[in-house]
Design a protein around this ligand. Structure first.
Ligand SMILES: Nc1ncnc2c1ncn2[C@@H]1O[C@H](COP(=O)(O)OP(=O)(O)O)[C@@H](O)[C@H]1O
Ligand SMILES: [Mg+2]
Length: 292
């Protein structure tokens, strides 16, 4: 049997190269305040894998995506076991575009901080008088690019995305930049409206796109999981204050109350967090989560 080593080990995911395709493996690791906790959250990787798969299917008429299968039977033998089952996505290998496509429907986090200073978010002027966590009059596209060193991405203007893409694809920069922006806004609107109808606010999110061998734009990476987005419970939502995280609030609250924990959490905090991931999945898909 051919053995594989990850070509990349991220904080939470592992990436394997299997020729024409990639296998993205979502582990049960969880980060909070940019640190990986010592505990794993049971089934988190599988739940987020199935959640991405749900959204890819839900938006396949908006844009083609990279997902080929989440069934390990479709993957090399090495992956056909419990370590990978349920948490692995076989994906078409793409040439990724170096733009992180961020869209914000609500004002929070770094956007809220910037708005309080000068009324803008990532260079976009917003109406006066918005309160913290307010829904924006319309969603805004605030692209960024991965920083060379360190892990803080750099916000860039829409015009800068044209420049970056024009350098890579002469004559097509504006075409790709516009497509990224339009598809990002369309995907967000469709999915955030749907999630809202199921009791979950998607405050903001990030998409990544790539090109297939024909130069067609394809949606890649993970999609609309709580790891790539801010999910808030609709119940109790109120402008004028920060909102609890749908999935990580128990973890954050406990870490704040226990600054000397060294990121090792009690099992009941972890169990309640695991329940939140399951609940988000079940609300969004209308299906019970079942371990494969
Ligand atoms: N279909 C794809 N083809 C090629 N690369 C992809 C595809 N989907 C996602 N990627 C890339 O795989 C990597 C996933 O790594 P990740 O764990 O998110 O770490 P990071 O975001 O820090 O690079 C990212 O670089 C992402 O752009
Ligand atoms: Mg990533």
């Amino acid at each position: 049997m051919q053995k594989y080593k990850p070509v990349k080990e991220g904080k939470v995911r592992e990436i394997y190269d299997v020729g024409d395709s990639l296998i993205l493996v979502a582990t049960d690791r969880i980060s909070a305040f940019d640190v990986i906790l010592k505990n794993d959250v049971t089934d988190k990787g599988a739940i987020l894998t199935q959640m991405s798969a749900f959204w890819f299917d839900y938006t396949k008429d908006v844009i083609p995506n990279h997902l080929l299968s989440t069934d390990v039977a479709d993957m090399p033998e090495f992956f056909q076991n419990d370590r990978f089952a349920g948490r692995s996505s076989l994906c078409k290998k793409l040439t990724m575009l170096p733009v992180e496509c961020i869209v914000r429907g609500y004002i929070t986090g770094s956007g809220w901080a910037a708005y309080q200073k000068d009324g803008t978010v990532c260079g976009i002027s917003l109406p006066e008088g918005l309160k913290e966590s307010a829904r924006l009059p319309q969603p805004i596209y605030t692209p960024s690019t991965k920083a060379e060193i360190g892990d803080h991405d750099e916000n860039i203007s829409y015009e800068k995305t044209i420049e970056i893409l024009e350098d890579l694809y002469p004559g097509k920069g504006e075409y790709y930049a516009k497509a990224l922006r339009d598809k990002t806004l369309e995907l967000y609107s469709k999915c955030a409206d749907y999630a809202l109808s199921r009791g979950i606010i998607i405050a903001d999110t990030k998409f990544e796109f790539g090109l297939d061998e024909e130069g067609q734009l394809v949606l890649g990476d993970e999609m609309l999981t709580p790891d790539s987005s801010r999910f808030w419970p609709l119940e109790g939502y109120e402008e004028g204050k920060s909102q609890p995280s749908y999935d990580k609030q128990f973890v954050r609250d406990w870490l704040k109350a226990n600054p000397d924990s060294d990121y090792h959490l009690p099992q009941d905090v972890i169990d309640r967090t695991a329940e939140k991931y399951k609940e988000a999945y079940e609300k969004l898909t209308g299906e019970e989560f079942a371990r494969e």
